[in-house]
Design a binder for this molecule. Structure first.
Ligand code: GRF
Length: 237
């Protein structure tokens, strides 16, 4: 294990697939981060069970027990700071955060959103993608800014929309990419390779893909397949 692994606090409200991906990534001997706290605002959230299973300290801070958003956030800040977290990861955390909270973790707060931002910020993403007729969607890991689902982008995955997709099938396809890109983003930050330059994130030593993705596949890509003669059973004999 690298010495002085970066302490991370993960904030989650629900199922915890992205949390699980981070937990699993932390098992790798060369992963430069460790999860010091899983915090939820939802008592009984599945994310809590995943954290407990992995032996990670947890905190339940139920927003309904606080008189204001500010009081709720003050309690979260105190708990996060107690762990010495250097990075805070939102992983399906379903409360809007005030500019005050965002500023308190300036450049140390990241989120994963299930669309190719800046397209489709907000809720009910996959249904809106399908209604729009877009051929691609995806997911985005970004630094959090005061505006919801905005802020400098670390990594994205482009995911094709398939004919006949429902919000559920599309969400499942996007999630397969989410659980790949979130640990990668945390790794780069932990390795000290990430700088924010205005709206742009610079990452040392990374490469970009060369080829464009096209959806639907152009005819040329499938022509060879369709030109295959059909061989009947009797001919094969
Ligand atoms: C993910 O789709 C994430 O992008 C969004 O909320 C969902 C959380 O899912 N912010 P899970 O809790 O990680 O399973």
């Amino acid at each position: 294990m690298p010495k002085n692994r970066m302490a991370v606090a993960v904030l989650a409200s629900g199922r915890g697939s992205n949390l699980q991906a981070l937990i699993d990534a932390c098992d790798a001997p060369d992963f430069p981060a460790r999860i010091a706290l899983v915090l939820t605002n939802v008592p009984g959230a599945n994310a809590l069970a995943r954290a407990e299973q992995a032996g990670i300290p947890t905190a339940v801070i139920d927003h309904r027990r606080f008189p204001s958003r500010e009081a709720f956030e003050a309690a979260m800040r105190e708990r996060i700071n107690k762990t010495g977290a250097e990075l805070v990861c939102l992983a399906g955390f379903m409360r809007l955060l005030t500019p005050g909270f965002v500023a308190a973790f300036s450049d140390r707060l990241i989120n994963i959103h299930p669309s190719l931002l800046p397209a489709f910020p907000g809720l009910r993403v996959h249904g809106r993608v399908l209604e729009s007729g877009a051929r691609f969607t995806g997911c985005t890991v970004h630094f959090v800014s005061a505006e919801t689902d905005a802020g400098p982008i670390l990594i994205q995955a482009a995911v094709p929309v398939h004919p006949g997709d429902t919000a559920e099938t599309l969400a499942a396809r996007v999630l397969e990419s989410e659980v790949r890109v979130y640990p990668q983003a945390v790794r780069w930050i932990g390795e000290g390779r990430v700088r924010i330059n205005g709206a742009v994130v610079e990452i040392d030593g990374v490469a970009a893909p060369v080829a464009a993705l096209i959806n639907p596949l152009p005819e040329a890509a499938t022509a060879g397949v369709r030109r295959q003669p059909t061989i009947s059973i009797s001919e094969k004999k």
